[in-house]
Design a protein around this ligand. Structure first.
Ligand code: PSV
Ligand code: MN
Length: 404
């Protein structure tokens, strides 16, 4: 099928000095992991809203993740959350994933939900609670060895809500002790991703509050520990793309949790409110990708739990937004940008980025999908497929395994 809009764009990009075949290849190799918890019922702290067709167990969550991959071609793995996705037969679950043409990605321990964690997990003043939390993470490392997962993705709700509630330095030591023990259990193919969060549920302080605190832990532990950036976990006004560049340069950027922040830890669709910020983040990622001096191994994961949008559609939309941001970053004229930066030509430098941002990359993405034997419009193709109608009929009643 001839794609005239693509031909015009490809011509224009070639004239700018781009290798369009390479750009299309990069887009085909993009890998966005979706979260199992994005397919089940979830809520805000004010309540849980149940959705038709929401996945009730790990197998159904895999089916939804596989559906997102089927229509996008770039989301071949799914992150699991334990115990939400716990099973007594990991081999079968893994086989089921393989049958669905996807793999199991990052393993996320849950050390925040049980009643014992009311005052925290690894920084809990009660040593027996700290032990339970560490044992749970060690169990997750065992699960990784069965599933072949590379990433142990850690987030701690640990923090305090009132002045005087905790001893900051003591808690820092407990955090380090716990991470060190778990780190020691990782094999050579496994790594630890350390996520930080500015606040919530600790509103006075959070033990891993920003990239710096996560970085210090990762640095102390060693190469197999890296930092995970969740876009929703920063104070307002922070320059996330700068953090991205900085951590890449220190070889400490291990992964992303994509979502979109308006005020705090929102589960908004990535790129829905601030596509410019997402582009600027991808601009740093692509700059590093193209730099022969830089080596990265970054896990690109979505962390969104949609309560209002239909879940599979929201995942498709999110993956497509990430494809758009990547495509725009790939078409930045880097040579001219470097020249403008060196010459102190601020307006020109900004204009070069804007030119990429304002380019309609849809024909490029459509072409890439056609070449991958996919429908050029994943969302519409999914809607026409009848999948939602099928799961809505099939997933009625029964126990829900998960947080809601
Ligand atoms: C916490 O806000 C977080 O971002 C962590 O990554 C959790 O694992 C995830 O959300 C799901 O609750
Ligand atoms: Mn997260």
């Amino acid at each position: 099928m001839s794609n005239i809009k693509y031909d015009i764009l490809a011509d224009d990009l070639t004239k700018q000095g781009h290798n369009v075949d390479k750009i299309r290849n990069n887009l085909k190799k993009q890998h966005i992991e979706t979260p199992s918890w994005g397919y089940g019922n979830s809520g805000t702290r004010f309540g849980v809203f149940h959705q038709e067709g929401a996945a009730r167990n790990a197998a159904e969550r895999l089916e939804d993740a596989a559906t997102v991959h089927k229509y996008t071609g770039v989301s071949p793995t799914v992150a699991l959350h334990i115990p939400w996705d716990q099973t007594d037969d990991w081999d079968s679950l893994q086989q089921y994933a393989a049958d669905l043409n996807i793999g199991i990605g990052a393993i996320n321990p849950n050390v925040f939900q049980d009643q014992i964690y009311k005052l925290g997990s690894v920084c809990n003043p009660d040593s027996s609670v700290r032990r339970v939390a560490i044992d749970h993470m060690l169990e997750c490392v065992d699960i990784m060895s069965i599933t072949g997962s590379q990433d142990l993705s850690l987030w701690f709700a640990d923090g305090t809500n009132f002045p005087g509630q905790g001893n900051f330095r003591q808690r820092k030591h407990w955090m380090e002790e716990a991470l060190r023990e778990v780190f020691g259990a990782l094999n050579d193919n496994q790594r630890m991703l350390i996520e930080y969060k500015f606040f919530e549920p600790g509103f006075y302080h959070t033990d891993l509050t920003d990239w710096g605190t996560a970085y210090v832990m990762a640095k102390k532990l060693g190469d197999k520990a890296q930092v995970l950036i969740d876009l929703g976990h920063h104070p307002l006004g922070i320059n996330i793309e700068f953090i991205v560049a900085y951590l890449i340069d220190e070889d400490k950027l291990g992964g992303f949790h994509f979502n979109c922040k308006k005020f705090a830890d929102d589960d908004l669709t990535v790129g829905s409110i601030n596509p410019q910020e997402l582009f600027l983040i991808y601009n740093e990622l692509v700059a590093a990708e193209l730099d022969p001096e830089v080596e990265t191994d970054i896990a690109y994961m979505i962390d969104q739990s949609h309560n209002l949008k239909p879940k599979v559609e929201a995942s498709l939309q999110s993956v497509c937004n990430l494809q758009t941001a990547y495509a725009k970053a790939l078409i930045v004229d880097r040579q001219s940008l470097a020249e403008a930066q060196a010459a102190g030509e601020i307006i020109d430098a900004e204009q070069i980025l804007q030119r990429a941002v304002e380019t309609d990359v849809r024909p490029l993405l459509e072409q890439v999908r056609l070449e991958m034997d996919l429908d050029p419009d994943p969302l519409t193709a999914y809607r026409k497929s009848g999948y939602f109608e099928r799961i809505s009929k099939a997933r009625v009643g029964g126990e829900s395994q998960g947080w809601a």
